[in-house]
Design a protein around this ligand. Structure first.
Ligand SMILES: Cc1ncc(COP(=O)(O)O)c(C=O)c1O
Length: 370
């Protein structure tokens, strides 16, 4: 592809000297698991988001799973979330032994519709997992109010929203606990897998630290059953470099998104909606069209890469459909899966490439109406 949809190598090259130096520092330090780099990254990331503590783990999926475990959520419990998400959200709830209960998304924000929470509630409900999909904050004010009224945990899935802001507060600082992924294409991406769990409660923090390492206490005795899920020193060192550039990288994503908006708004294709309450970080720039597959094929012929996030909602996927309870109609979710298309977007994308992509879309749309 001449214009790829994502390009994690470009982000490495943009910060190459600093990243290479950080990697060499770790190699020479000789401590490769849970050392100084991880400790410092945890401090720096927690303070960036505005939570007191961060615990580095092996992936975003593990971050969600361990967050649920730390809140004692497991078999016989229900967790309300959405089916229009990376299936990892659902996988983590199932790993904890709980039942995902999926409600529909709001068609504008493409995130959990808080008006549907009441109907999904049962005596077994323990938590809500809002997903800040595509870097767009979910409606946290309403979600947190509902959770408080009903004594539920809010575990934020922030895998796609590092640095996004809702009503002046960062995503990840709204719920009691938040899960982040550092998958290489994420806004804050490692050079491999990684994740983190953020919280401000010291008991939760102690539980999370134990859970990620066999349930060990200080004396390396397992006081509870845990797992092995640790962020390694190399990834932590790389993430410390990239965290310093995150605000600039996000600003660049917003500039490019604004340019797409400017070029595509006049031609009547569904674009991401900007909510006055939030500052999104455009992990993805996702447009919608009923003939999405035709548009995608046309763009591929022009060497323009696109992706579909996500082609089949979780409640229809063979591996998970029998484990999920669906609450009400998921019509918006199902339509999103049929119509979404992620255009090229990453901080290093050239503004001329945005113009090239927009011109190709305009040409295709003109052909459709001819
Ligand atoms: C919304 C969402 N939740 C969870 C995850 C899981 O993260 P990871 O791939 O690091 O396990 C991802 C990333 O793939 C994601 O996009």
């Amino acid at each position: 592809m001449i214009v790829p949809q994502a390009d994690p190598k470009a982000n490495y090259l943009a910060h190459r000297e600093e990243i290479d130096a950080a990697v060499m520092r770790v190699l020479n330090a000789g401590a490769y698991i849970l050392g100084e780099e991880t400790r410092l990254f945890e401090q720096e990331f927690a303070s960036y988001i505005g939570q007191r503590y961060a615990v580095g783990v092996a992936s975003g999926t593990d971050a969600l799973f361990l967050a649920l475990r730390a809140c004692d959520i497991g078999a016989s419990h229900e967790v309300i979330t959405v089916a229009h998400t990376a299936v990892a959200t659902i996988a983590a709830i199932c790993m904890a032994g709980a039942t995902p209960v999926c409600v529909d998304i709001d068609p504008q924000s493409r995130t959990l519709d808080p008006n549907l929470l009441e109907a999904a509630l049962t005596p077994h409900t323990r938590a809500i997992v809002p997903v800040h999909l595509y870097g767009q904050p979910a409606a946290m004010q309403s979600i947190c109010e509902f959770a408080e009224q009903h004594g539920l945990w809010v575990i934020e899935d922030c895998a796609q929203a590092h640095g996004a802001v809702y009503q002046g507060r960062k995503i990840g600082a709204w719920g009691q606990i938040a899960a982040f992924s550092f998958y290489p294409t994420k806004n804050l991406g490692a050079l491999g897998d990684g994740g983190a769990i953020l919280c401000s409660d010291s008991n939760l923090y102690e539980r999370l630290k134990a859970l990620r390492q066999y349930g060990w206490d200080e004396g390396r005795i397992s006081q509870s059953a845990g797992v092995n899920s640790r962020l390694d020193e190399l990834q932590a060192a790389v993430l410390r470099v990239k965290l310093r550039h995150l605000d600039d990288d996000n600003a660049q994503r917003r500039n490019l998104a604004a340019r797409y908006m400017e070029l595509l708004a006049p031609v009547g294709i569904a674009l991401p909606k900007q909510d006055a309450d939030s500052i999104p970080v455009f992990h993805l720039y996702v447009i919608q069209h009923a003939l999405r597959d035709l548009l995608r094929a046309f763009l591929a012929r022009r060497s323009i890469g696109t992706a579909i996030h996500y082609p089949l909602p979780a409640h229809l996927q063979p591996g998970y459909r029998d484990r999920i309870r669906v609450a009400g109609s998921l019509a918006n979710t199902e339509y999103a899966a049929q119509s979404v298309l992620s255009l090229p977007l990453y901080p290093e994308l050239h503004p001329e490439s945005v113009e090239q992509v927009a011109a190709a879309i305009r040409e295709w749309l003109a052909d459709q109406s001819a």
